[in-house]
Structure formats: structure tokens, C-alpha cells
Design a binder for this molecule. Sequence first.
Ligand SMILES: [Zn+2]
Length: 246
Amino acid sequence: MTKWLAMALLLSFSCQSPAAVVSQFITAETRQELRAYRLIKAIEPQLQQVYLALPMQHKLTLVYGAQDGPLFDPELMQIQIPYHFVTEVLNRFTKDEYQQTGVTPKQATQDALLHTLGHEYGHAYIYANQVIVLGREEDAVDTLATLLLIHAFKDGAEIALSAADLFALEDEDIDELVEGDFSDEHSLDAQRYHATVCLIYGSDPDKYAALLSTSAQKEDRAAMCEQEYARQSDNWERLKSRYLAK
Ligand SMILES: [Zn+2]
């Protein structure tokens, strides 16, 4: 047995968090999975901060190292995040030489993971509290994830920016849009990028002025993003107080 495999076998356990959320780590079986496991494990307090920022009463299990996902399964009340997803994200940021932005691929992957957990937690929160969502839930939980990061994390906008850049990188991989892209429950990656960047800009227009493109619509968009951020921040506060966990 190799040394890393022996270590991997020791790494399967579950732990009880302060909220009604339990984290489980599936045993990492390959070197890549072990790397993904360690990357997740290194930010466990921040991952907890995601669901502590918007606590809910219902029991929820986070399964890291699941086969499928990232997804929220309402029947099992589980959020599943596979190790291969973490590896794919890390590979994308590495290939893009993301360190040139001043953020390492590893850090960017951890940032994107926080946004992904916020997104899946949003689905769980909406389901558990029967929150009324008129419009696409996928867009609503993208917004929720970004607001949660900005409001509950120091440098949350920077974390969200890595997640936005991941959408941009995923968009770059698309050669041609097909009908399935338009009928998908998610917005297009390019739209997810722009929607996330819009909120980041709106949270601090001076700091993030360079994020908006220099197109003719820039001024309209700048005003729209500031309004959108203010509107959604009000919604964020209302959401937190309305479904307060006791
Ligand atoms: Zn989703």
C-alpha cells in the first residue's frame, strides 16, 4: 500500500457542526481525490461560515467526495460535491495561469467552492423553507451565493470574483451554443459571469470600476448594477429575518 493511499484510508470521517448541518467526507481513493480532499479540508471553517451566515432549522448533510454533483438532493436533504469537480476547477484555473491575477489557482478553486456551496445551500434553503421564487431558481441561488459571500465574508467580493472568473473560463470552452444551452435550467456561463460581476461592481463601484466593459452601455449598466446590488441586499436582509432559525 502506498503511503498516500494509507493516509487516504484514515481520512474518512464525519463531524458535527454547530448548526444542523453535518459534513461527511468520502474516503479519497486516488492521489487526485486526496488533493481535492485536502483543498476542501483547508477551508472547512469558511465552508461552515457559508451555512452559519444563513442558518436553517432543517437537518442537512454535506457529502464531499460524492459521485455526482455539485447538487442538492431534496429527498436525502444532502448537498453532494464530488472530488472530481474540485479537480476540474483546479485544472481550469491552473491552465489559465490564474496566478497572474494575484490569486493562486488553489485559492481561486477554494473561492469557487465557497460560491458553489452557497449556490447549493441556496437550493436547500429555498426547499426547506418553501421560499417563493418567481423566476429561475438557478439564477436566484447564484445571486444568493454572491450576496452571502459579500455580506458574510471579509473580502467576500474577491471570493465571488474568482467564482465569476470560473464562469468566464467555462464560457471560453464553448465553441458553439446549441439548443440545449438555451433550454438548460441554468443561464449561460457568460450570463452567470456578467450577473455575478454586476453584483460585485454594485457592492463597491469605485473599487470595481474596471470590471465593467468600456462599451457604450457602460454608464447604464453601472447604474443598473448599483440598483441591483442595493435591491438584492435588501432581499438578503429580509430573507435572513423572515426564515429565522430558532
Ligand atoms: Zn443549481
